[in-house]
Design a binder for this molecule. Structure first.
Ligand code: TXA
Ligand code: MG
Length: 323
């Protein structure tokens, strides 16, 4: 199968209607999409990504007005967050209606829903008469794709079509929130492209964090996600360097190159703007990984705003998690 990259939404619709997979751009990362209401099409997502069946999928819909078609209840605080941040890099987890297939939620009674903002994907969703199930469009365990070429690098020949929407604006997966019906608080399930401070600003209270699942409730929390093939070590570059005698190392710096011999150096954000670092992160990890160096050494980002999500992804990509 030839994997075509193009910008034709009617072509994308054609493949999706036929039960095939199409990679779609969103402002966070590219998704590997299928008709969410077709069990056969959804099964292809798991197979193509080599994804464990217990890891549920996000439902992507055209507009926030459709949310109540798929969930039984939308608490007031969540409504405020929907109004503030959707479409956008936010995913909400709420009790599902029967119309949502169990294969999407991996048997859970809750479904994760997102309304992506990228115009070409908005247009595509608005001409389909079904929602799209879509995980990130990378082979399971590897770094998420933020360009059409990244998708092809990982899935060439396995899917017919990649809808090209250019480079993802945000560059990190969506922030996933849910609701604790006992405490009536918003719950954070995954750090992502929308900062926690922004969410707390809207609900005017601290949100609960339920990130470290030992159960597969949100397997995005499992370690060894997003991992490079080249072992990655994190910390202060100067401290790290002294522990590594090898010459063929790659450095990932936050803002400035360092005066050390390295095969290559990358800079996450030349201006220090944290959203630029987020946008560049996966692209730089992929490129750093392409040198077949012995090690990649990386600094962390400042730990505020989406810097927390950047650091979360870097930690999950660490060599230490791969064993
Ligand atoms: O930005 C994003 O969220 C991207 C784009 C394509 O929308 N998607 C994405 O999907 O990151 P994925 O499958 O790589 O990560 C989705 C996470 C997984 O960790 C999954 O376990 C969790 O969402 N999730 C989805 N449905 C869930 C459910 N019903 N209950 C608990 N966790 C769920
Ligand atoms: Mg993923």
């Amino acid at each position: 199968m030839q994997t075509v990259i193009n910008r034709d939404i009617s072509q994308a619709k054609y493949f999706l209607d036929a039960g095939e997979l199409v990679a779609i751009p969103t402002e966070t990362v590219y998704g590997l999409a299928a008709n969410a209401l077709s069990a056969e099409a959804v099964a292809k997502i798991y197979e193509t990504k080599n994804r464990p069946q217990f890891n549920p999928l996000i439902l992507h819909i055209a507009s926030t007005q459709e949310i109540e078609k798929y969930v039984t209840i939308v608490p007031d605080k969540i409504k405020r967050l929907i109004d503030a941040f959707m479409p956008g890099p936010l995913t909400i987890l709420l009790p599902k209606r029967a119309i949502v297939p169990d294969l999407i939620t991996a048997g859970s009674s809750q479904v994760a829903i997102r309304v992506p903002q990228t115009p070409i994907t908005q247009s595509l969703l608005s001409i389909l008469n079904y929602p799209l199930a879509a995980p990130s469009a990378n082979p399971s365990g590897y770094v998420s794709p933020t360009s059409a070429q990244h998708v092809r690098d990982g899935l060439n020949g396995k899917i017919p079509y990649i809808l090209d929407g250019g480079v993802c604006e945000v560059g990190l997966e969506s922030t996933i929130i849910g609701y604790n019906f006992d405490t009536e608080k918003v719950v954070l399930h995954r750090l992502g492209g929308l900062g926690i401070e922004e969410i707390e600003n809207i609900v005017q209270e601290r949100i609960e964090e339920k990130l470290l699942h030992s159960s597969p409730e949100t397997p995005g929390q499992l370690k060894s996600h997003y991992a490079t093939k080249t072992p990655l070590y994190l910390g202060n570059i100067q401290d790290l360097i002294s522990g590594f005698s090898a010459k063929n190392i790659i450095l990932i710096n936050y803002q400035e190159a360092k005066p050390y011999p390295a095969l290559q150096q990358f800079i996450l954000s030349p201006t220090g703007d944290i959203s630029i670092a987020a946008k560049n992160l996966f692209s730089i990890l992929r490129e750093a990984d392409s040198y077949n160096a012995e090690y990649i050494l990386s600094e962390l980002a400042p730990d505020t705003g989406i810097g927390r999500a950047i650091n979360d992804r870097l930690r999950k990509a660490q060599a230490i998690n791969k064993s």
